[in-house]
Design a protein around this ligand. Structure first.
Ligand code: AMP
Length: 202
């Protein structure tokens, strides 16, 4: 299955995407992790290094760089059976670019899972994560900026996918295991819809 995880910073996308990816045995592709872990010796890594300042401030890095990174990553053999994208797309432009890539491969996205959490809880969660992970963009200023960016640039993709009929929303304020179960319910529902489509066309 080809799945996108959407939702604000601190919603638990990374945790949930990883659990689901392990369960479905497909790669979990986190664009934030790709940027943070990029090898500075490669050409792409050098470009990522130039945009690290934007990341630390909580701003988005340029779309063309992200689209290239993702397009290259999902062309790998391990993504043949599907993948989970976490942190991409982050705006309408990236969503449209992803559609083009998937159209070209004749492999549309199966579902976009949005994890919904109130801003207040997000701030608390990010503060907790900052104490554990020490991410440079988990400081109060950058968190404010990331939430602002989410509301202005990223949230509109939810409507974009809603109109396409691929959006499913899961409440993200419960326990990790409960949220994962709700996500798996969504995935099986979408999966059986896909099978029905296949049955009808065969
Ligand atoms: P994340 O780990 O997903 O919260 O991403 C951390 C930071 O990486 C973001 O605040 C952005 O600066 C950058 N980033 C990650 N994914 C994207 C993307 N799809 N488009 C632009 N910037 C991104």
């Amino acid at each position: 299955m080809r799945i996108v995880f959407a939702g604000p910073p601190g919603a638990g996308k990374g945790t949930q995407a990883k659990l689901l990816a392990d369960n479905l045995r497909i790669p979990h592709i986190s664009t934030g992790d790709m940027l943070r872990n990029s090898d500075e010796k490669t050409e792409l890594g050098k470009q990522v290094k130039m945009v690290k300042e934007l990341m630390h401030r909580g701003e988005l890095v340029p779309d063309d760089l992200m689209v290239r990174l993702v397009s290259e990553r999902i062309s790998h053999a391990d993504c043949k059976g599907g993948f989970i994208l976490d942190g991409f797309p982050r705006n309408i432009n990236q969503a449209q670019a992803l559609d083009k890539i998937m159209d070209k491969a004749a492999k549309p996205l199966d579902v976009v899972i949005a994890i919904a959490v109130d801003d207040e809880l997000l701030v608390q969660r990010i503060a907790g994560r900052a104490a554990i992970e020490g991410r440079k963009d988990d400081n109060p200023e950058a968190v404010k900026e990331r939430l602002k960016t989410y509301h202005s640039a990223t949230k509109p993709i939810l409507d974009y996918y809603k109109q396409k009929g691929t959006l499913e929303t899961v409440a993200g304020n419960g326990k990790i295991e409960e949220i994962q179960l709700a996500i798996r319910d969504v995935v099986s529902r979408v999966d059986s819809r896909g099978e029905k489509r296949l049955e009808q066309t065969s």
